[in-house]
Design a binder for this molecule. Structure first.
Ligand code: MEV
Length: 425
């Protein structure tokens, strides 16, 4: 009798052609012809490119990309591509930007483009001594690091500093070396990881210890993107709105339960631009949340105050490890178009724009939450999704969506019943 236990042990899966991989998965999961050909339709990302980006590739997952309008950053108007599956995210940025456009928009800056690679040293009997021994070799380490990436050095980047920390852990004392490297227009993971792997054996030899992990830190706190903006109280609905928004910020900065959601909203905007430009959303997320917790408690990535003239001033400061070269930024055709729309010349410029988007997103979320609540705006778009899920097509989508909003119940069961009624007429 044939066993119906399915096995995930598919030897040589990666060696199969893409259609054969899809067929193997279809056999496992019972995908029909239509589902298989859907997977094989990779849209505007050629399958040959996608197959080189990841392993065991079988299809693409398309996410809508929209444009945030109204953004004025450092005196220059920008159109900002945002890739997100969530409704209201693009609209939120457009709205926030419209309300500060006439008062000057966003001003941005950057702390630098330094990334840190960590080398973990364990089994050292004299960690303080080891620390100084490593620090003494700074110039030697500089030469070795720079020799790993002559192109980076030619472009003005390369090794910048050496830090060595002695930390107490559950497993004993460790000596952690930081290579601080200017990675210019690259996100920098490859560059700094190569350097860390090169230096590690020498650190082990100099100290008689044992090196283990050699990897960049995503807490990119030497690569902080900053943006600030003042919204005139008259442009945002008056003092009551301003004060309610300020109280929303105070709530977030004091309470991690609220801060997580507050920062999630900021990351809605940030991730959408990071993704549209083919950058690493997880690296940026990890850096942002670690930075938000740097004071020992998890707080807000933004801060808000009232200016002397009574207006609402917002600032954001967030690690932003993004690049213009390497990985999907150069290979994904949509990322290439997104970068062209943004018209950025450096990773620094891109990082600063992304910070401004995060601030704009936070403004809109706080304003909506402190006034009408977010459901009203959300429901308008959400109702369209629900209408489509209920099976509405063409003009039915808008008709059914408005009907659901008017009724105040945007639910699938209600949508299905209403669609039946519409079609019966
Ligand atoms: C929803 O994706 C994001 C918000 O929850 C952010 C916030 O609460 O500040 C609206």
């Amino acid at each position: 009798m044939e066993s119906n236990v399915k096995s995930s042990r598919i030897g040589g899966f990666h060696k199969l052609g893409i259609p054969q991989r899809v067929a193997a998965v279809a056999g496992f999961a019972g995908l029909d012809e239509a589902e298989q050909s859907h997977l094989l339709n990779t849209g505007n990302l050629p399958s040959a490119t996608a197959d080189r980006l990841i392993e065991n590739f079988i299809g693409t997952m398309n996410i809508p990309m929209g444009i945030a309008t109204n953004m004025k950053i450092d005196g220059r108007d920008r159109l900002i591509p945002m890739a997100t599956e969530e409704s209201s995210v693009v609209a939120a940025v457009c709205n926030a930007a419209r309300q500060c456009y006439d008062s000057g928009g966003f001003i941005t800056s950057m702390s630098g483009s330094l990334m840190i690679a960590q080398i973990q040293l364990v089994d050292v009997s004299d960690p303080q001594h080891a620390r100084i021994e490593i620090l003494e070799r700074k110039e030697q380490i500089r030469e070795l690091c720079d020799a790993c990436d002559p192109i980076l050095v030619k472009l003005g980047g390369g090794f910048r500093d050496l830090e060595v920390r002695v930390i107490e852990t559950r497993g004993g004392v460790m000596v952690i070396t930081h290579l601080v490297v200017d990675t210019r227009d690259a996100m920098g993971a490859n560059a700094v990881n190569t350097m860390a792997e090169k230096i590690a054996p020498m650190i082990a030899a100099w100290t008689n210890g044992r090196t283990s992990l050699r990897i960049l830190s995503n807490l990119a706190d030497r690569r902080l993107a900053r943006a600030r903006c003042v919204w005139r109280t008259a442009d945002i609905g008056g003092e009551a709105v301003r004060d309610a928004m300020l109280a929303a910020y105070h709530f977030a900065d004091a309470d991690p339960y609220r801060a997580a959601t507050h920062n999630k909203g900021i990351m809605n905007g940030i991730d959408a631009v990071v993704l549209a430009t083919g950058n690493d959303t997880r690296a940026v997320e990890a850096g942002a949340h670690a930075y938000a917790a740097r004071k020992g408690h998890y707080g807000s990535l933004t801060s808000w105050e009232i200016t002397a003239s009574g207006d609402l001033a917002g600032v954001i400061e967030v690690p932003m490890a993004v690049g213009l070269i390497g990985g999907a930024t150069k290979l994904h055709p949509t990322a290439k178009s997104a970068l062209k729309i943004l018209d950025v010349r450096s990773a620094d410029e891109l990082a600063r724009i992304i910070a401004a988007v995060g601030l704009a997103q936070n403004f809109s979320a706080m304003k909506a939450l402190a006034t009408t609540g977010i459901q009203k705006g959300h429901m308008a778009l959400h109702s369209q999704n629900i209408a489509m899920m209920a099976g509405a097509v063409g003009e039915e989508i808008d008709t059914l969506a408005s009907l659901l909003v008017d009724k105040g119940t945007v639910r699938l069961d209600v949508a299905e019943a209403e669609l039946k009624r519409l079609r019966a007429h």
